[in-house]
Design a binder for this molecule. Structure first.
Ligand code: ACM
Length: 486
């Protein structure tokens, strides 16, 4: 129980053990479909680990002994994502006010099993679970990571595997950076060349590709089953060379530039004063909104160095109206705070000083400070992957900060949460993604979930070492930082 990450808000171990026996059952309190699905989700994870049958059924009176039970509880103080776990030598009882809380309790329960159980090969031996009482709920509602599938494209199966790893650390947002100068990665039926031309290549000509709308829907549904909201980003007005190369009409000059496979930024712009630009944005946002069950459409807005400031502001304000017209809430990188924002717009801090300006307009902020939270920053001078324009970010740097004291003028109440972006200029495989994300992403997940008062680097580094054993079982290519006693 001492090795959980994110660290629970409250945990009181008793020192006893619950032994999961070959005849154990998973009992859900009612036949509600989501409860049964979660019971089966837990059973699948434990079946792989134990080789036991672990049947899932609706609980009848007085049969909890030796079993694991899942129930929804009237206790609203647990919030939408909190849970309680009561583990005694007789039984395991998981309760939450909402189903998401049960999902997070299941993740905690999995971490209470020995690391060897992460290995898909069944163990066929008694599994011990430490006894105690946990009462746990997140600090922030938004606990995310961003994956850049534009610089290099990653297939649905690769992203699904990443989603599984995010869920294990109670992250609940996957922001997909779907478009950039080097690639357009989502099928848009009314502008089909965006994907077929704009998606045909990537950095250094590698990892071209795009998601069909059906594939994208499948990914969104897979993430939703793990309580992860996929947040799509179409970056504009800059970072748009792939779109400009696909359609000459989108260019002020009327002629298309070549596809781009380098890594410079800040050279492309949509044509702000051409009406077709807004037809394009409207069509793209409409199709994307139809693929997006959640509230958020991210419109980028960063590094628009090739767009005049006044034109940029006009553009963002008009795009905000388009996003609202399609029933969605706009998000953007912090530069958008230079425009007049609706209070429901969400602003993502990364590098500059626009976050306080967003807060003064009533907008809420997500913190992704590049020198702490960018997973593509190299760990040190010898890191084989990544960049270092924001500095080197060792495991301690990524963990040891408090969102509430990060930016002057931005307090706990202004902050929706944290997000760790992973840009893919130097990454071409899932193994590369894993190496940059782990261990740092576990630290960002804990910043998002655990109360500041329970977080301490010298204790965390010990706890993190136990997760290395888990990642080894899972075959994750993680960075063996010298700061952690693996
Ligand atoms: C960014 O890193 N350009 C948001």
């Amino acid at each position: 129980m001492d090795n959980l990450s994110p660290k629970p808000a409250f945990a009181a171990p008793t020192g006893e053990k619950f032994i999961l026996s070959p005849t154990a059952q998973i009992l859900v309190e009612s036949p509600m479909p989501e409860l049964l699905r979660l019971g089966n989700f837990l059973a699948d994870a434990l079946r792989d680990a134990t080789g036991y049958a672990l049947p899932v059924s609706v609980k009848r009176a007085a049969e909890t002994r030796n079993n694991i039970s899942l129930a929804l509880d009237a206790d609203a103080t647990l919030g939408a994502e909190g849970y309680t776990l009561n583990i005694t030598p007789e039984a395991v009882a998981l309760k939450a006010h909402r189903a998401a809380g049960l999902f997070y309790g299941i993740q905690t329960l999995r971490q209470l099993l020995p690391p060897a159980t992460e290995n898909a090969a069944p163990q066929n031996r008694a599994c011990e679970i430490a006894c105690g009482i946990l009462r746990d709920a997140p600090r922030f509602a938004w606990r995310g990571t961003m994956l850049d599938v534009a610089r290099h494209f990653f297939k649905v199966e690769e992203v699904k595997r990443y989603v599984d790893l995010l869920a294990a650390y109670k992250l609940n947002r996957l922001h997909l950076h779907l478009t950039d100068d080097q690639g357009w990665r989502i099928e848009i039926k009314t502008w089909d060349k965006l994907a077929t031309i704009g998606g045909s290549t990537g950095v250094n000509g590698k990892n071209g590709g795009y998601y069909t709308q059906d594939e994208y829907r499948e990914l969104v549904a897979y993430a939703a089953e793990r309580y992860i909201v996929v947040v799509p980003e179409i970056d504009m007005p800059g970072h748009t060379n792939a779109a400009l190369a696909s359609y000459p009409d989108l260019n002020c000059s009327g002629s298309a530039p070549a596809l781009y496979t380098g890594t410079d930024v800040g050279f492309s712009s949509l044509c702000i004063d051409k009406e077709i630009t807004y037809q394009f944005v409207d069509d793209v946002v409409r199709e994307l909104a139809a693929l997006t069950p959640s509230a958020y459409i991210h419109i980028g807005g960063d590094e628009a160095h090739a767009t005049d400031k006044d034109a940029y502001v006009r553009f963002i304000e008009r795009v905000q109206q388009i996003v609202h017209a399609h029933g969605k809430q706009m998000m953007g990188w912090e530069e958008i705070a230079q425009a007049q924002l609706s209070p429901q717009t969400i602003v993502q801090h990364w590098f500059s000083d626009h976050a306080a300006q967003a807060v003064r307009q009533g907008a809420r902020v997500i913190l992704s400070p590049a020198h702490k939270a960018y997973l593509d920053m190299q760990y040190n001078e010898t890191s084989p992957l990544g960049l270092h324009w924001a500095g080197y970010v060792e495991v301690q740097d990524a963990y040891n900060w408090d969102p509430a004291t990060q930016i002057e003028g931005v307090t706990e109440q202004d902050i929706l949460g944290v997000e760790a972006p992973l840009w893919s200029e130097t990454l071409t495989t899932l193994s590369d993604i894993e190496y940059m994300a782990f261990p740092r992403l576990a630290g960002i997940a804990e910043i998002g979930w655990s109360p500041q008062a329970v977080r301490d680097w010298s204790e965390y580094r010990q706890r993190l070492a136990a997760h290395g054993a888990r990642w080894t079982q899972l075959g994750i290519n993680f960075y063996r930082s010298p700061q952690v006693p693996w």
